[in-house]
Structure formats: C-alpha cells, structure tokens
Design a protein around this ligand. Structure first.
Ligand SMILES: Nc1ncnc2c1ncn2[C@@H]1O[C@H](COP(=O)(O)OS(=O)(=O)O)[C@@H](OP(=O)(O)O)[C@H]1O
Length: 416
C-alpha cells in the first residue's frame, strides 16, 4: 500500500513537470535536427567547403545519400558497355590477393621479367578495334628501345570519350614523353598480372623522359585510386572531361557502331520516361557523374596531382590545352599551335605531318563519329539531371567547364 501511495504521489506531482520538460526538450531537439537537415538539403550542391585536407567533405548526408541512391542500381539494368570486350569483374578475394602481390612487389622491387612480352603481342587485339591504321602509325612514330622501362609517372585516367586519344597523341609529339599506345587496362582488368607485367608494356625511356599511358576506364573503377596510389603516391593524373550529355551520346554512338540492334538512346536513358525517371545506372550516363567518381580519387590524391583538361577546348584550342598539360607535367612547352592544323574533312584538329613523313596525322574513324539525332526533350532532361553534379564538380576542381551554356543553346534552338 505504502508503495502504491508513494507511486501515485510520484506520478501525480513532481513527474508531471519533469515529464513535460522532458517532452518539451525532446520536441525542441527533434525540431532543431529537422531544420538542420532541411537546411543542408537545400544547400546541396551549392554548399561551400567541399575540400578538407584533400578530401571531399560530405558533412551533410545528402551527398552520401544521393550517391547511394545512384549506385543502388535497379536489378536488370542494361549495361551494354560491359560487352565491349571487358572481362568479368574479379572477386573480392582475387582483388585482395592481387593487391597483396603488388604491395609485395613494391617492397621487394623485383626486377622486370620477360613474362609480359608474350601477352603484349596479344593484348592490343582488344584495343585495335577502336584505333585506325592512322592511330597505329602515329604510335609507331616514337618507338625506341634505348633506356629502361619504367612504371608510368603520369596517367590519363579518363574519361571515356572525353578526347583522351587526341590528348595522348599530341603529348607523344613531345620528345620528353614516351607512352604506350594501347590501353593497358592494368588497374581494372589486368591487375592480377602484376606490376612487372605492367612495366614491361611500357616503352623504354631515357633520363628526363616521362612514361605515360591512358586507360579512360580507370576514372570509374572503384579500386583504381587505391591501386594507383599503392604503386606511386606522387603520380600525376590527367582527366579529360567533356559535357556529360555529349559524352553519353558519344559513348552510345560507339556501342551502336558495334551493336546496331541496341535500343535507342532515348529508351536506354530512362527507367520510366513518363515519370521522368532517368536510368543513372546505365554506364553511358553513370560515367558522366564526374563529381561522384572524383570523390573516390580525392580520398587518395590531392588536387595538386590532378589536371583536368576540357574536352571541348581540346578541339577548339588544342595548343592552349596542351600548354597547360605540359606545365602540369613539368615539361617545356614544346607542343604548340605550330603542331596543329584544322582538317576540314575530318572536322577536327590534326597534327601536322613531320617533314619526313607522308603519314596523315588525324585520328581514325572511331574518333569524331557522327552522333545520332537525339530527342531535344531528352537532352534537356539530361542537362537538368547533370546540372547539380556539374556544379559540384566545378566546386571540387575549382574550374568552370561551362557546360550549362550548351544547355542554354539547346533550349533556345528547341524553342525556335
Ligand atoms: N583532334 C581530334 N580528332 C578526333 N576526335 C577528337 C579530337 N579531339 C577530341 N576529339 C574527341 O575525342 C572523342 C573520343 O574520345 P576518346 O579518345 O577519349 O575515346 S575513347 O574513350 O578512347 O574511346 C571523340 O568523340 P566523338 O566525336 O563522339 O567520336 C572526339 O569528339
């Protein structure tokens, strides 16, 4: 009895006040957090301070949430580029083992073996599809067996269809640059072959020359930043970026040229067109979300080790872009406007012929393809989709690539 009466005193007098205060403080806290999260969502993606100690700061969960949404690919999504000669992804165990072997290699600094030579002769087969005779001839221009083979000090890591071949070929004009012509795909498809294999693919270099390679798929390969970092922390990374909408169409055009039976771009771009639901899991669209991919690289490399080339400017002002790339690589500005001319038939800049050669120095047919006409409404929707990611990318890189100006011109022309 005494117990019950004391309990009723407890619930009737003091606790009511305490309960009231407790409920009030809970409500205020809840309100405060709701307002904070709302504020953060509204700020995205124009929030400042994305960089902290070389890392993207996502103090608001919005970026993370958005990324998770984008990457939780719907089951059964169509990934046509998977069929373009890529091998199946290695299992987590295989990747770990391969990483272990690489770390081991770096520790022991093993001498190069000849094991890659046999593979090298077969490896270009895959890449040969995308390069013309012209491209191969360009590559043969600078073969020399003097010096020693080294791991690359600079890599063009992306982006697919950004203009990476044009950039590499222009760089190879520089006497201090030696680059492997085909895409080695070491950090995505061939990692288990080991660094000896990779190094053996490289051309020999003399002192002062830079070894380079280009494999645009690295930019979107999850393991690539960590793997490249474990090979060389001070490596220089070059990324050629292009309006993600045009890039997607270019990517699609390439696939279409090999598989004419695929659905239209408009069909592939949407999960549900009526609802306006864009299929961001389609690789042609996913690759263009540059901010998300860059975030992974920034976990391993500071921005000072990255250089972003505008794919658009590389066409209209190749010499201007080349000046910046040469500065970034610490090279003398040797490749200048004297090396380029605009080829009207090709519709692109080409390298001038060296005096002793009659070789045409335009890129092959697979570069500069005519794109199919895409419904302007779809293009407008894609511009809208990419806009926040582009803004974020500009903030992260500190460079404005002005892709929104193209969007404006699309809107204007579709109104005419
Ligand atoms: N000088 C020159 N000549 C020809 N093409 C040029 C040049 N500069 C940039 N481009 C653009 O490069 C686009 C192909 O990009 P990539 O070389 O990165 O493609 S790939 O990922 O290696 O397949 C290619 O894309 P498409 O036009 O869609 O074919 C070109 O627009």
């Amino acid at each position: 009895m005494a117990f019950w009466s004391s309990t009723s005193v407890f619930t009737s007098k003091v606790p009511r006040k305490i309960l009231f205060m407790f409920t009030l403080s809970l409500s205020v806290t809840y309100l405060f957090y709701s307002l904070m999260s709302c504020y953060n969502s509204l700020q995205f993606p124009l929030q400042e301070n994305y960089l902290f100690q070389g890392r993207l700061v996502t103090e608001d969960t919005t970026f993370v949430t958005l990324r998770e949404k984008l990457y939780s690919a719907s089951p059964g999504f169509t990934e046509f580029t998977q069929a373009e000669g890529t091998t199946s992804a290695p299992t987590a165990r295989e990747q770990d083992e391969a990483e272990q072997r690489t770390v081991e290699w770096i520790r022991t600094q093993a001498s190069p073996t000849k094991s890659a030579a046999a593979f090298r002769s077969a490896a270009p087969e895959r890449d040969r599809q995308e390069v013309s005779t012209t491209d191969s001839e360009l590559r043969m221009n600078c073969t020399s067996d003097y010096g020693e083979k080294k791991l690359p000090q600079a890599i063009i890591i992306g982006v697919k269809k950004g203009g990476t071949r044009a950039l590499l070929e222009a760089l190879r004009v520089h006497p201090d640059v030696r680059a492997v012509g085909n895409e080695p795909h070491f950090f995505d498809r061939n990692y288990e072959k080991g660094l000896d294999w990779y190094r053996d693919l490289m051309p020999s270099t003399l002192e002062g020359q830079i070894t380079m390679e280009k494999t645009p798929s690295y930019f979107v390969t999850n393991h690539a930043p960590k793997r490249i970092h474990s090979m060389a922390k001070d490596i220089k990374l070059i990324i050629v970026v292009r309006n993600p909408v045009t890039r997607a169409i270019s990517d699609y055009t390439q696939t279409l040229s090999k598989k004419p039976e695929i659905p239209t771009f408009e069909v592939l771009a949407f999960k549900n067109r009526t609802l306006g639901l864009i299929d961001a899991s389609w690789s042609a669209l996913r690759i263009g979300i540059y901010a998300l991919h860059l975030e992974s690289w920034m976990q391993y490399f500071p921005l000072s080790q990255m250089h972003f080339v505008s794919g658009e400017r590389l066409i209209v002002d190749p010499a201007g872009e080349m000046a910046k790339v040469q500065d970034f690589l610490g090279l003398k500005r040797i490749v200048t406007d004297k090396h380029f001319y605009f080829n009207k038939t090709k519709g692109f800049p080409c390298l001038k012929k060296p005096e002793d050669s009659s070789t045409p120095r335009c890129l092959g047919k697979s570069k500069g393809r005519t794109h199919p006409k895409i419904d302007p409404d779809v293009i407008r929707r894609l511009h809208k989709f990419y806009k926040p990611f582009n803004m974020m990318f500009y903030q992260m890189t500190g460079q404005n690539f002005e892709w929104e100006l193209e969007e404006d011109s699309v809107s204007r022309s579709s109104q005419d």
